[in-house]
Design a protein around this ligand. Structure first.
Ligand SMILES: C[S@@+](CC[C@H](N)C(=O)[O-])C[C@H]1O[C@@H](n2cnc3c(N)ncnc32)[C@H](O)[C@@H]1O
Length: 358
């Protein structure tokens, strides 16, 4: 047994305390008993109380059971408040319209489709530019403080691979997606950040620079209830991808370890765009317009009709000669855009397209 002493923070709202500060109700300890005598906890409580009084003035209510003083709260309230901190660590299952959030491993969620939908887009919870690691934690704490309770809850319920000492930076590093390929600026989203990686994904994520948010597009049909997956890596062989995932995200992919197949829409778009660039650099507008159109078709699936990159490739299909590389290497394949052969079957058309005529 033993008696307790300490102080309560009263009333509950403490404007100077950081995030979730309203849950901090009581600082206390047993001040009698053998352990208390050994640790001299009394004087420790005195010191912390003086510091708290300097910062919070009359909000500090001291109490000491030995002097028949009781605090501003009863122990039930104090324990309930403590539990609500602990529940944060237990990661509440997020509730998101159109989606089921299902457990995959202990403390790990997956996003499943609950209603028919071909795309999803969400504004970021927060966006952070490049900064030294020691500044990141403070910066995130300030940002979180300014956010609504609901947004704070959404951020704190995201996965954290770096549990140790910097909780906010850990969540950020586990979840942030770059705002554009290779961008040092990253954003965190309540929905998109629940999507797991697969080496054979059924959806594709893309930063839409015009709308300034991430989009998710299904790249093949996803049945209701099925998990939505994207690829966190940028291709390469299976072992290269696994090494990248381990290094950057701290896990080995537990999904199908199959090589990309025809579903890899983003790679197809890139491939056709490369072919466009080669054609246009040698003045071949006819083939360039076909390659740009195919890159456009693949981008629509991965990024949507309104993605700036989709729109750019679409306009290049109509006017390939406006590209800055037009005839940059040679004019040896020079052709007009309207010289695309019309009466060929698919096999012969592809032979023409890939210059396999002979
Ligand atoms: C952005 S979160 C994805 C959602 C996460 N599962 C959750 O519970 O919130 C990224 C983390 O999920 C886990 N994860 C994602 N894809 C995975 C996979 N294919 N295999 C194992 N763990 C995966 C990893 O811990 C990874 O760092």
């Amino acid at each position: 047994m033993g008696i307790d002493a300490g102080f309560d923070m009263y009333p509950r709202e403490h404007p100077k305390l950081p995030f979730e500060g309203h849950k901090f109700l009581r600082f206390s300890s047993k001040v009698s008993g053998s352990t208390a005598a050994d640790t001299k906890v009394d004087s420790y409580i005195d010191t912390v109380t003086r510091i708290a009084q300097t910062c919070f003035g009359s909000r500090i209510k001291c109490w000491h059971e030995g002097a028949d003083q009781i605090g501003a709260y009863d122990w039930v309230e104090v324990h309930e408040s403590l539990m609500s901190y602990q529940q944060m660590n237990l990661r509440l299952r997020p509730v998101l319209p159109s989606f089921l959030v299902a457990p995959i491993l202990s403390q790990s969620w997956a996003l499943r489709l609950s209603r028919s939908s071909t795309s999803s887009e969400k504004k970021p919870l927060l966006t952070v530019g490049p900064m030294p690691p020691d500044e990141l934690e403070r910066f995130l704490a300030t940002k979180l403080k300014a956010m609504s309770r609901e947004s704070q809850r959404q951020f704190l319920s995201l996965h954290n691979n770096f549990q140790a000492k910097n909780p906010f930076s850990g969540i950020f590093k586990t979840n942030a997606l770059p705002c554009g390929s290779g961008s040092p600026v990253g954003s965190v989203y309540p929905t998109v950040c629940l999507i797991n990686h697969s080496c054979m994904p059924n959806a594709h994520n893309n930063w839409n620079s015009a709308k300034e948010h991430e989009t998710i597009h299904a790249i093949r049909s996803i049945e209701r209830g099925a998990e939505i997956t994207i690829s966190y890596d940028h291709g390469g062989t299976s072992s290269e991808r696994q090494a990248f995932l381990k290094e950057s995200f701290g896990f080995s992919c537990t999904f199908l370890d199959q090589e990309f197949d025809a579903c890899a829409g983003a790679l197809v778009a890139r491939l056709y765009y490369d072919a466009f660039q080669i054609s246009i650099a040698h003045g071949d507008q006819a083939r360039a317009s076909i390659f740009a159109d195919r890159a456009y078709q693949a981008r629509v699936i991965c990024e949507g009709e309104d993605s700036p990159e989709t729109l750019r490739v679409k306009s290049l299909a109509l006017k390939p000669a406006v590209h800055s590389s037009f005839e940059a290497y040679s004019r040896k394949w020079k052709s007009a855009r309207d010289s695309v052969p019309k009466a060929l079957d698919t096999v012969d058309f592809d032979k023409w397209l890939f210059r396999q005529e002979n």
